[in-house]
Design a protein around this ligand. Sequence first.
Ligand SMILES: Cc1cn([C@H]2C[C@H](O)[C@@H](COP(=O)(O)OP(=O)(O)O[C@H]3O[C@H](C)C(=O)[C@H](O)[C@H]3O)O2)c(=O)[nH]c1=O
Length: 165
Amino acid sequence: MIVDKSEIDGVLTVTPGIFEDYRGYYVETYNQHDYQAAGIAVPFVQDDISVSRRGVLRGLHGDAKTWKLISCLSGEIYLAVLDCRDCSPTKGAWQGFTISDRNRMQVLVPPGVANGHAILSERAIFHYKQSEYYDPGSQFTVKWNDPAHGIWWPLSDPILSQRDR
Ligand SMILES: Cc1cn([C@H]2C[C@H](O)[C@@H](COP(=O)(O)OP(=O)(O)O[C@H]3O[C@H](C)C(=O)[C@H](O)[C@H]3O)O2)c(=O)[nH]c1=O
């Protein structure tokens, strides 16, 4: 398991071990002991998936309390994170990651950092563990193409929910 810092304070990338053999491969996608030993001691309480087709963009969404450990179970996803924390040394900064069922990269997103993702494959399964139970009223939304943030996306005319539009 390889844990790296990113350009955004507190956002980490985690690459679990991939055990390949002639049948395919095996991955431990989460292990409380090992993740705590790597400094990720977040008490996750809920797992979610969303399944989307090519061209869909979900987000950017965030809240002040929830940690998320994001991964791509199937397909390929472009994930953008934006630091919305007033007291962060990287306030206003964003970073993009390509996560897929090949690189198995996971991204740990702290509270106050918004995340959004765009689907690069025909279909993709976005998965995340979260540290708080779902509370839609506590979420904030950032418009994906707000010029104030200048986030780069690999698409220009995404399929969006009413909320994200
Ligand atoms: C987040 C969530 C949603 N839902 C239900 C509520 C809605 O009827 C339906 C779709 O929810 P929403 O339109 O908010 O889903 P996304 O637009 O994909 O947003 C979610 O995925 C982005 C990328 C995020 O990271 C946010 O945490 C989350 O808001 O799922 C639940 O039942 N539980 C949940 O935890």
